[in-house]
Design a protein. Structure first.
Lengths: 664, 122
């Protein structure tokens, strides 16, 4: 029923447009019932968009090719999981997912903070409505997923690269991250428009921001895992524009999550935080634009479309309005507190912010450089991995160091002697690790050696924080050591959850340095019975075989793997030929050794008529730590996100006092 | 194929009917605040006066200072902060908390004990 889907979208458009216009009027003129009505419109829009989404999902499940979208992205032989996942594999479906998530989490955030919005920041509702209106407008007038046609016998199928289990989770998580950044933006701009520069909007959006940041970070890693397995070049991150599109808002949101602590503790950086929130949201829109417009060549961009101009216009409007609002409210935002010392926790956060934002800007420049070069010189020039690698090292290593130093420095001010004493143990541990690695031959990659030494420093600093904290908690409360440890983490989830996230970033660094600095590659043509040696491994080509899968013909080279004379079984690497899509994909073989944390990565590049095969074999040391880092990252984020009953009681008490004082 | 063609108009009618139903339900839900209170006595948004905003800022200042004191005590216990640094910071923080509490005192409603004690264990 495409008509019902279209009708639901039209109704949703009307509702969010009403939420924007009526909500804006209500906030401006102070009309209570009108604001409640606009809020209801926002809630109702979610139901309407959900109905549209269900119509599309039903059409996908039923292979209803009278929907042009279903015919363009699926086929009868496509497995059900991928058929349903094609909801977000095309442009129209992706936009619908954006709107669904936006109206869903927007409604939830407004419902959970209804009192705050009604009494303090009524402009939040119209801002959310205005953003949703843009996406609803695109879906109704520019890129409807409910366009119909005479149903063909079969659909065109799904791009083979997208037929990977990680693609089932990566895009929805990515969109949860992108769209989630709308919440802190809407509340921050709502607070500014309402003339409220207090920290209530920060408290209201703290968990939403953290959750969005977690989704975005985890989605980036899932995308990397997909690229590692599916794109099949042996790496995990290639500085592709679409990969960078997700990295940029994540970096800026990371900066915000650190600097907002300075605002909460010291009432400083209020202008900077407003800028970061607006920047992260604009970059999330820019990320969607890059992925969806096809304006820049990317292995992750599966579409060419005309919505690019719409997106650019919208980003320009959002950036201009946010900037104007921040400038207009500068007198309110200016902090009366000053930085007391350059050696303090808040100063460390400030340095961390500068490096994070500088890194995000250099990545942005690399991404838009082809567009700028076309505009200026008429030739599309791109910047390659060396550009990004240089800045990743230049900004990344100081950031890693700060992850170790920052937690050991006190708020307000710290004497250099005290800091030096705190750093003694971590620096000593790093020195020992560095010497041991040098003796073990890790000096072949100087960058790797420095990276590992820094990683040891940070891990030792984190361990020291946990040890000192547990000792102090034990001294204060008595009881067992595990109870003291649990109490320590439970009483300050943000701090200790943050340390776990830091440990995850270090683990990722160790994995990235391992694959980048210490990997081994070997390639060549093999005839049946011939072997190739790479690192400790020997691979012998046993022959090729074919198999028919649900929607493709699989061709595989079978290779026997041994290490030091020990038989490790066989691996299958080859290609899939997809029937409906008329496309071929590389299917690499990956043999993971979790004890050694390394992968044997085999690409069968070419099958020759004489029965020989051209293979590329890579040993990726420590790569599995990157994926483990993803799990640790989520664990740390969950600790941080977990509700803290003491904190909630404290806030509830303050809000009660506010109410009581207002009535007194 | 013939079956699909014969079903199409029925589907369209159903889609239009469901779409209209959705629109009516949405309008009713959106109009609910006006239907529930057609003649509201007070239709103004509960805003804040500048005095109320000032009080809110005082509460934030007080909580910020108390939170910083707690953290300072704990960091001192863990050995992260030297005695001299602790002495230099604790005085101004206590003064800041006391000033905020003093400023709030005349505004506090009776029979309330809003101020929590500084608890190094927290």
């Amino acid at each position: 029923m495409p008509g019902l889907g279209s009708a639901a979208l039209v109704v949703a458009f009307g509702l969010v447009a009403y939420a924007a216009v009526a909500g804006g009027y209500a906030a401006h003129r102070g009309r209570r019932r009108l604001l409640e009505s606009a809020t209801n419109a926002l809630f109702a829009s979610f139901a309407s968009v959900l109905l549209a989404a269900l119509v599309l999902l039903a059409a996908l499940a039923r292979h209803d090719f009278s929907f042009a979208y279903v015919a363009s992205h699926t086929s009868r032989e496509l497995p059900l999981g991928y058929t349903l996942a094609s909801f977000w594999s095309g442009q129209e479906g992706s936009l619908l997912l954006w709107l669904l998530v936006l109206t869903g989490i927007g409604s939830a955030a407004v419902a959970l903070n209804r009192r705050l919005i009604r009494t303090v920041i009524p402009w939040t509702v119209p801002i959310l409505g205005a953003i949703a209106s843009f996406f609803a407008l695109l879906l109704v007038f520019v890129a409807s997923p409910f366009a119909t046609q005479v149903a063909p016998a079969d659909g065109a199928g799904m791009n083979p690269s997208l037929q990977n289990p990680y693609m089932l989770a990566h895009p929805p998580l990515l969109y949860l991250g992108y769209v989630g950044l709308t919440i802190p933006f809407a509340f921050a701009m709502g607070a500014l428009a309402s003339g409220r520069a207090d920290e209530r909007w920060i408290i209201a959006t703290r968990r939403w921001t953290l959750a969005s940041w977690t989704f975005l970070g985890f989605a980036i890693l899932l995308g990397a895992k997909w690229a590692y397995e599916e794109v099949g070049w042996g790496g995990w991150y290639a500085w592709d524009p679409v990969e960078n599109a997700a990295l940029m808002p994540w970096l800026v949101a990371t900066a915000y999550l650190h600097s907002v602590m300075v605002q909460e503790k010291k009432n400083m950086l209020r202008v900077w935080n407003a800028v970061l929130v607006a920047g992260a949201f604009c970059l999330s829109l820019f990320g969607t634009f890059l992925t969806r417009s096809g304006v820049i060549n990317s292995i992750h961009s599966f579409t060419q479309s005309s919505i690019g101009a719409w997106f650019l216009g919208f980003i320009a409007v959002v950036a201009a309005v946010s900037t104007a609002l921040i400038i207009y409210r500068l007198p309110l935002l200016r902090s009366r507190t000053r930085l007391e010392s350059l050696v303090s926790r808040e100063a460390a956060f400030l340095y961390n912010n500068l490096f994070l934002v500088a890194f995000a800007l250099t990545v942005l420049w690399g991404v838009i450089y082809p567009l700028v070069s076309v505009a200026v010189r008429g030739v599309a020039e791109t910047v390659g991995a060396p550009y990004y690698d240089f800045f990743a090292v230049a900004f990344g290593l100081p950031l890693v160091l700060l992850m170790g130093i920052g937690p050991l420095v006190a708020w307000r001010r710290a004497s250099l002697r005290a800091v030096g004493r705190s750093l003694l143990w971590p620096a000593g541990a790093a020195l020992i690790v560095g010497i041991l690695l040098l003796l073990a031959g890790a000096g072949s990659s100087p960058a790797g050696l420095v990276g590992y030494t820094f990683a040891a420093f940070v891990l030792a600093a984190i361990a020291l924080e946990f040890v000192r904290g547990t000792r102090a908690r034990h001294a204060l409360g008595g009881g067992s050591w595990p109870a003291a440890f649990t109490s320590l983490v439970g009483r300050n989830r943000r701090r200790y959850g943050g340390y776990v996230v830091h440990a995850a970033i270090v683990l990722l660094l160790v994995g990235a340095v391992g694959i980048g600095g210490f990997g081994t590659t070997q390639e060549g043509k093999l005839t049946q019975g011939q072997s190739v040696e790479v690192g400790d491994y020997t691979l012998t080509y046993l022959g090729s075989e074919q198999r028919r899968a649900a929607n493709s013909q699989e061709l595989r080279a079978r290779l026997a793997v041994s290490r030091g004379g020990e038989d490790l079984g066989t691996v299958l690497a080859g290609k899939n030929r997809y029937f409906a899509e008329q496309q071929t994909s590389n299917e690499v073989a990956i043999r993971s050794d979790w004890l050694r944390a390394e992968d044997l990565f085999v690409i069968a590049d070419q099958f020759n008529p004489d029965g020989s095969v051209f293979v590329k074999v890579i040993v990726n040391p420590l790569v599995n730590l990157i994926w483990l880092a993803g799990l640790l990252f989520v664990a740390g984020a969950l600790i941080t996100l977990w509700p803290d009953a003491r904190e909630q009681r404290r806030l509830a008490r303050r809000f009660d006092e506010e109410g009581a004082l207002a009535r007194a | 194929m013939r079956r699909e063609r014969s079903r199409a108009p029925e589907m369209d009618v159903l889609a239009v009917a469901l779409g209209a139903l959705l629109a009516v339900a949405a309008v009713a839900f959106v109009a609910r605040p006006f239907l529930a209170e057609p003649d509201a006595e007070d239709d103004r948004l509960a805003g804040r006066t500048s005095a109320e905003q000032e009080r809110l800022e005082l509460l934030e200042r007080r909580d910020r200072a108390l939170g910083a004191l707690k953290e300072l005590e704990f960091d001192h216990r863990t050995g992260k902060i030297a005695d001299a640094d602790y002495e230099a910071s604790v005085g101004p923080l206590r003064r800041e908390a006391a000033e905020a509490m003093r400023a709030l005192e005349p505004l506090a409603p009776p029979a309330r004990a809003p101020v929590e004690k500084v608890d190094a264990r927290a």
